[in-house]
Design a protein around this ligand. Structure first.
Ligand SMILES: [Zn+2]
Length: 315
């Protein structure tokens, strides 16, 4: 019986030991539960909540508000205001104001040329025709041709080089002529006046004598009727010979080339008889003043062409 007791004791001991080992393994479940919650909550919240809220708010509000307001306001206001106001105001005001103000300002500037003169009309080039005491002025220049005459009592201020000087001219004409003569003399060319100022009675006598010798039609080609001669202005000088051959002399060539430098023009140029009313007179110079204006008139051909006025007797 003793051996059986030993066996049962051993069996009991082993049973006890094994039960103790089973109890010591119990703390496992709590670790398992920790391992379960971590992978469950982390993947669920990250991919579900973030993609749900982020793609909903960001792509919905941004593309809706920005593309709607920007393309609507910019293309609508820009093409409407810019092309409508620009082509409407620019072509309307420019062609209306520019041609209107230009012809208006010119006539208002010109009357100052001759204080106290009355404007009786305008030349074809737009220059005012100013008249004062019966004398016609265009651009401040005294005009005496077949259309415009001087009064019978017209006497400009004259410069007499000496007592009894038969060829007086205005002081400005004299000064310019003397300068020209002095410079020409340096090149061996001599000018001297053979005719200058003539008063109305002298011109009347001269013209009538030409009618008697050449007839009226021919006299009108080279001599002026009283009141219509440029020699009555005191601004004209006939230098040396009054012959057309003067054109080919060294004096004539020099005069044509240099008279503008001293403020003179060849008043009746070649081939302009239908314009000036007078045949070619290479010896007849007219004092203008400004060398630049003389060159402009010479380039235009005649005073009549430059200023745009006529030279025709009324009858
Ligand atoms: Zn002359």
């Amino acid at each position: 019986m003793k051996s059986s007791l030993k066996i049962t004791l051993v069996l009991l001991l082993t049973a006890l030991l094994s039960s103790c080992a089973w109890v010591s393994k119990r703390p496992d479940p709590p670790y398992e539960s920790l391992r379960e919650t971590k992978p469950e909550t982390a993947p669920v919240t990250d991919p579900e909540t973030e993609p749900e809220t982020a793609p909903e708010t960001v792509p919905e509000t941004e593309p809706e508000t920005i593309p709607e307001t920007e393309p609507e306001t910019i293309p609508e206001t820009e093409p409407e205001t810019v092309p409508e106001t620009e082509p409407e105001t620019v072509p309307e005001t420019e062609p209306e104001t520019v041609p209107e103000t230009e012809p208006e300002t010119e006539p208002f500037e010109k009357p100052a040329k001759v204080p106290g003169a009355v404007i009786t009309g305008y030349t074809s080039k737009g220059y005012p025709i100013e008249v004062k005491n019966g004398v016609t002025y265009i651009d401040g220049q005294v005009i005496a041709n077949k259309t415009y005459s001087l009064p019978a009592d017209y006497y400009p201020a004259l410069d007499y080089e000496r007592d009894g000087d038969p060829y007086p001219v205005t002081p400005e004409t004299r000064a310019a002529f003397n300068r020209m003569c002095a410079d020409a003399a340096k090149e061996g060319i001599r000018f001297y006046s053979v005719s200058s100022f003539r008063d109305y009675p002298t011109q009347e006598w001269l013209y009538n004598s030409y009618i008697q010798s050449h007839g009226k039609a021919q006299a009108d080609r080279f001599s002026a009727r009283p009141g219509h001669s440029e020699h009555e202005t005191g601004l004209a000088i006939d230098v040396i010979d009054c012959h057309t051959v003067f054109e080919t002399t060294k004096e004539g060539i020099w005069l044509a080339a240099h008279c503008c430098d001293y403020g003179f023009i060849i008043r009746y140029p070649k081939g302009k008889e239908s314009v000036t009313g007078y045949m070619y007179e290479p010896w007849h110079v007219r004092y203008i003043g400004s060398p630049e204006l003389c060159r402009a008139i010479t380039e235009a051909g005649t005073m009549e062409e430059y200023y745009g006025f006529s030279s025709v007797y009324p009858d």
